[in-house]
Every structure is written in structure tokens, then in C-alpha cells.
Design a protein around this ligand. Structure first.
Ligand code: PMT
Length: 396
């Protein structure tokens, strides 16, 4: 319920992407937002008001002169109660009208009369998006502090391919959540590792672990939403990249070490969430090991570099945060790791709580003491941890 209590006016304009606005309403409502839909006349050619009414639980407004508003001032009353006006899809025509301050239907009038921020998710044919008139209108909207979400590139309803597709509802939801997140890490560069590493035994086999990457990816997303510039170095996982995050895929601990050390000197914060293999195979085979060689193949292990400890030892070290996954004695082992790696903050979790799944239970250990967080979804814990890091790094 990341948007609990937030009041969002969702404007829907005419375009084939209007059908996706129905899913967007569902996602916003599921996150706790109160959604008031206002449609243009054009939008009602693609999807009906009844759909939005059913999904939002509120009557939908289209007409400036709607008799349901006792004072005939829908354009004022609806936007005055809003924390945000979001228009998705926003047609080329609608962008042009807003850029020029027109007030020729309910939605445009509401936008002109608003006293809250405006985000728009454009959707149109690629030629319309590239047309100099639209470029001018978008530049004007940006100068007027209107947030432009997308558009994406890809196949369009008309069969052409290019920029102009509306962002997917999940991506727009992410932008809305980001909009409401306090920018505790504004101006900070944050580097983090996530997932397992894979240490090859031969070309098809290897040593790895059960880290899914979820905790690290949730943290990358929360940091981006808190305003940080985020680079995520990920071991082999099957997760989509959080919006706005730079992702570098690696396989082994040595690959992860190289990717991190090439960047660590230029960041403000480093977070090691990855479950890095402590050892790699020294005698990895170039060809698949055969069973009929006689006896069990000997596997020699050699220690991997400790990425977190090396980053913490840099002359200009970033603020370092470690994780510790333990099966017992969490406090004792986590504190010992914090001291050994010489880092200001370590996040402890029990293996049975944290590996795999969507939920976790975290305990934060820093110079000020021990801070247990209640068990919750990794997305929720990620936001709480980012808040804690924001406080420790000086951004309140
Ligand atoms: O990916 P999920 O399924 O969501 O699970 C999340 C998690 C359980 C993997 C995560 O929350 C977690 O606890 N990660 C750390 C795992 C661990 O126990 O690491 P460690 O004790 O081996 O290492 C301690 C710290 O040093 C970690 O920050 C680790 O990233 C870092 N490290 C360790 C070894 C190494 N060679 N280089 C490192 O940087």
C-alpha cells in the first residue's frame, strides 16, 4: 500500500492505449491510492466510463457542465482535492492544448486550474511524436514543470515501429510511487551488488547459491525512487531491471569484483547485497568433465576477493553497507562481520527469512546500536533501509 491516502486524478485522453488506463487504475487502487477518473470525449470512443467507475469505485467525469457537481465547478473541485494529476494516455492533441494553456474541455480546464503537480504519459504515432510541433509542445511542458513519463519505443497499434508507445501500466505506477517518495538520496551515486555468483567447475556446471536477487533489486528500486543515481551489479538472476537503474550483469565473483572496483571510487554509497561465493574453483575444466575418467574429479578451491572489504579500504571509500545472512547467532556474527570489514552499517537477516521469497526480516547494526525492522515485503524493507542510509549519510 505504497500510495495509501494519496489522491490521484487520472485523466484519460483519446487513443488506443486508453484500454491500458483501466489496468493502471487497478494498480493505483491496489497500492491504496484514491483515484478519480476524468475522461475526454475522445477517450470514451476507446473505453467506457463504466469500466473506470467499476475499477476506481468513483463516478467518472467527462463533461465540464456535469450536473452532479452542485456548484457546476467540476474543473476546480476535482483537482483541488488531488495530490497529483496524471494523464495517461496523453494524446498529441492534449499535450498541444495543455502547452498552450487551453481550457476547452473538462480535463484541460482542470489541468489549467490545478494547484498540484502534473505528470503525463504520452501515447501517439511515432511521426506525431517526432513532429516539430509536438517537440515544441513537449519542451514547453517541461519548461512549465510538467513531468513527462516516456514514451517507450516499440511496435505501435498502427503497425509502425518507433517512439510513441505509452509506458506500461506497471512502469507508470513505478513513476507515480517515485513521485511520492521523499528524495532522501538526491544527488547521491549508489552502487550495489545483488544475487548469487556462479563459480564454474566446467563449461556447464558450477557452484552457486539460492539468492534470488529480490532483496538487492528492491533496494536498487527504492534508492532510485529516493533520488539516487543507481548502478546495480547483478549475478545471474531472472528479474527485470528496476526503472531508471543502470544494470551490469556478471557471472562469477571475479567478474563482480572487477565491475565493482571499476566504479566504487566514483560513488557515494556502496551496498553489498550479493551472496558472493567465498571460494572459486582453481582447476575449472575447459571441457565438460566426463564420468568415465576413473574416480571422483578433484575440485580445488581458492579464496575469492572480498569485494565489500576492498571497497571499504579504498582511500576515498564510499559509505559502505554490508549484508549478513546467517542461520544462527545473527547478532554476534553480523556484528563481527561489521567490525572485520570495517563498515558503518551491516544488515543482518536469517537465511530462513531472507533467501529466495518476497519477504524478509532485517536487523540493522550500526555505530548507534541495533535496529530491528518488523518482518515485511522486501520492497517495504528496502524503503526503510534507504531511509536509514539517508539519515546516516546526512540527507534527512
Ligand atoms: O537475493 P535474495 O533471495 O533476495 O536474498 C537476499 C540475501 C539473503 C542474499 C541478502 O539479504 C543477504 O543477506 N546477502 C548477503 C549474503 C551473505 O551472507 O553474505 P556474506 O556473509 O558471505 O558476506 C557479507 C557481506 O560481504 C555481504 O555484504 C557480501 O555481499 C559481501 N561479500 C562477501 C564475500 C565476498 N567475497 N565479497 C563480498 O563483497
Amino acid at each position: 500500500m505504497e500510495l495509501k491516502g494519496k489522491r490521484v486524478v487520472l485523466g484519460v485522453t483519446g487513443g488506443i492505449a486508453a484500454y491500458k488506463a483501466a489496468e493502471l487504475v487497478r494498480l493505483l487502487v491496489r497500492q491504496g491510492a484514491e483515484v478519480q477518473v476524468a475522461m475526454t470525449e475522445g477517450a470514451s470512443h476507446f473505453v467506457t466510463a463504466t469500466t473506470f467507475q467499476a475499477l476506481s469505485g468513483r463516478p467518472v467525469f467527462t463533461d465540464q457542465w456535469d450536473a452532479r457537481m452542485p456548484n457546476a465547478m467540476a474543473h476546480i473541485d476535482l483537482s483541488r482535492q488531488a495530490d497529483l494529476i496524471l494523464v495517461a494516455p496523453a494524446s498529441a492533441d492534449f499535450l498541444a492544448r495543455v502547452a498552450n494553456g487551453m481550457a476547452d474541455d473538462l480535463l484541460a480546464t482542470m489541468v489549467l486550474a490545478r494547484d498540484c503537480p502534473l505528470l503525463v504519459a504520452p501515447a501517439m504515432n511515432r511521426q506525431m511524436w517526432e513532429n516539430p510541433a509536438t517537440r515544441r509542445n513537449v519542451a514547453q511542458l517541461q519548461a512549465d514543470d510538467v513531468g513527462i513519463l516516456g514514451p517507450a519505443c516499440g511496435e505501435q497499434a498502427c503497425g509502425e515501429v518507433g517512439a510513441g508507445r505509452m509506458l506500461e501500466p506497471e512502469e507508470i505506477l513505478d513513476e507515480v510511487q517515485s513521485f511520492f517518495t521523499p528524495k532522501l538520496l538526491a544527488g547521491k551515486k549508489l552502487l550495489l551488488t545483488a544475487g548469487p555468483t556462479f563459480e564454474a567447475i566446467d563449461p556447464v556446471r558450477g557452484i552457486t547459491n539460492l539468492s534470488s536477487g529480490r532483496m538487492g533489486f528492491a533496494l536498487a528500486r527504492a534508492a532510485r525512487q529516493a533520488g539516487a543515481e543507481v548502478t546495480l551489479v547483478s549475478g545471474p538472476v531472472a528479474l527485470p531491471t528496476p526503472a531508471g537503474v543502470e544494470r551490469i550483469d556478471v557471472r562469477s565473483a571475479l567478474d563482480m569484483h572487477a565491475a565493482v572496483m571499476a566504479r566504487a571510487g566514483a560513488v557515494d554509497i556502496f551496498v553489498g547485497v550479493a551472496a558472493v561465493a567465498d571460494y572459486r574453483v582453481a582447476n575449472a575444466a575447459d571441457h565438460k568433465l566426463k564420468k568415465d575418467l576413473g574416480g571422483v574429479p578433484p575440485i580445488e578451491l581458492v579464496e575469492n576477493p572480498d569485494i565489500l572489504a576492498e571497497v571499504a579500504a579504498l582511500a576515498e571509500a564510499p559509505f559502505c553497507v554490508g549484508f549478513a545472512a546467517e542461520s544462527r547467532n545473527l547478532d554476534e556474527y553480523a556484528q563481527a562481520k561489521r567490525r572485520k570489514k570495517n563498515i558503518p552499517l551491516i544488515v543482518g537477516n536469517l537465511i530462513q527469512d531472507g533467501f529466495g521469497g518476497d519477504d524478509n526480516r532485517l536487523v540493522l547494526f550500526d555505530e548507534n546500536g541495533v535496529h530491528p525492522l518488523p518482518p515485511a515485503a522486501k520492497s517495504v524493507l528496502a524503503r526503510q533501509l534507504i531511509e536509514h542510509i539517508g539519515q546516516l549519510t546526512g540527507n534527512k
